[in-house]
Design a protein around this ligand. Sequence first.
Ligand code: FAD
Ligand code: MLT
Ligand code: ZN
Length: 472
Amino acid sequence: MNALPETLLKTLHEVVGDAGLITDAERMHSYLSDWRNAYHGQAAMVLRPASTGEVAAVVRLCSEAGVALVPQGGNTGLCGGSIPDDSGKQVVLSLTRMVRIRAVDSGNETMTVEAGVILQRLQEAAAEVGRLFPLSLGAEGSCTVGGNLATNAGGTAVLRYGNMRDLVLGLEVVLPDGRIWNGLRGLRKDNTGYDLKQLFIGSEGTLGIITAAVLKLFPAVRSRTTAWVALPSPQAAVELIGQMRSLCGDRLTGFELMSRQSLDFVLSHVAGCNDLFGEIHPWYVLIELSDTLANAPLNDMLESSLGEAFERGTALDAVVASSEAQVAALWALREGISEAQNHEGPSLKHDISVAVSSIPAFIEEADMRLQKAFPSVRIVAYGHVGDGNLHYNISKPLGAEDSAFKAQGEAIMRVIFDVTVSFAGSISAEHGLGQSKRDAARHYKDPLELELMRSIKQTLDPAGLMNPGKLL
Ligand code: FAD
Ligand code: MLT
Ligand code: ZN
């Protein structure tokens, strides 16, 4: 028996048709747990509307019936935001059938796309018109534009291009009562009051359903240099990035830090990945320089920066990719960490941020406090060092019971967040709060900020039917 009234089910079915309704338990399965298999829920049904009109009709019907909705894109989120609770009464609203690229305006350097477009498809569509859409992350083959917007996704090119918030000019949103807000403007300047689109970016499905967006395009990249560099410490990484920024300016597009533990996981679990140096080093960075000129002197810039770093002892070894295949092999070492960590059993994911200059001290302090309180956990630290954003992830101790590790999760997280906040940092730089950091946000966030957030939620979604139990 479905948890929803028969008449509502019938009307929803009429709106979305056979292709847009899933009630069968087996077919619903993949919508009810996350990529890491860390969160599980139940749902009355999964709805897959194919147009903004259908989304609006579904939202209006559910709002009138008091049914809670859980928006979902590619379901690659890392904090449980797209997974329903276990009541079986919520409805998953998947945007994965809304995949149209509605318009390309080359003169305005914009593209208007629907929420279900996969990020990789968007990058390809930009390349087809000789442009770049720069957002890039390990899940780009399955995450969607709607999810990227709802989480204000970051990734590996934020250093040069900013995060998703910086790449958007306009949005179309279905509000919690079913009205459609058409904010699909392609304007770079518009000072006619509050910038409403910013409310929905990063709102994790709690304020409405994003159905389409106007996104910025950038000039295509015509030359690129990628290097893998061994370092003695995070301090050396901070010095190197500072030095490279002043020499290369905006050409520095990627600067990703990885601990040896992170690399060891990749070497153990990701097929085709090899250690590039004869010796084991404590830290590594993946550096990428790019330019819109075909023959930009990127190798010269890289060599000059690394030469200086070798002299100072702040770089220990380096490999520069000499083919596209080698570029891909270097990125595989970095992008493989999330998958590799999954193979090592339960983990605690963190996406904290501090000032770039505080990264070394943060790592030192967090390592010290954790090793004292939980001596055998494995610290898997890596991340987007140019953004001050570290994935200070924790894997269970070797040989430990999953349940024993999970029971310590809350206390481990507290240690890490206490240290983050002591450095005036953020407990979530890019993944969002979802379920996993919702309670922590209540503890660590300024009460006035929480009060303002609650009043915005109350204004837009007074019945609390948009992704309840997430973020707030
Ligand atoms: P989902 O997981 O489906 O949903 C995420 C949240 O957005 C949920 O709260 C959901 O309710 C809401 N939502 C989804 N679509 C809509 C919509 N149309 N309207 C309103 N709300 C909506 N993230 C980064 O920021 N940087 C990284 O480098 C990064 N690397 C990753 C690497 C791997 C291997 C994996 C698995 C994940 C990574 N992520 C990263 C996390 C994840 O990919 C991003 O958060 C992504 O933006 C989520 O997109 P999605 O379509 O999968 O959203
Ligand atoms: C990444 O940058 O690889 C992800 O955001 C981090 C993660 O999987 O924890
Ligand atoms: Zn990340």
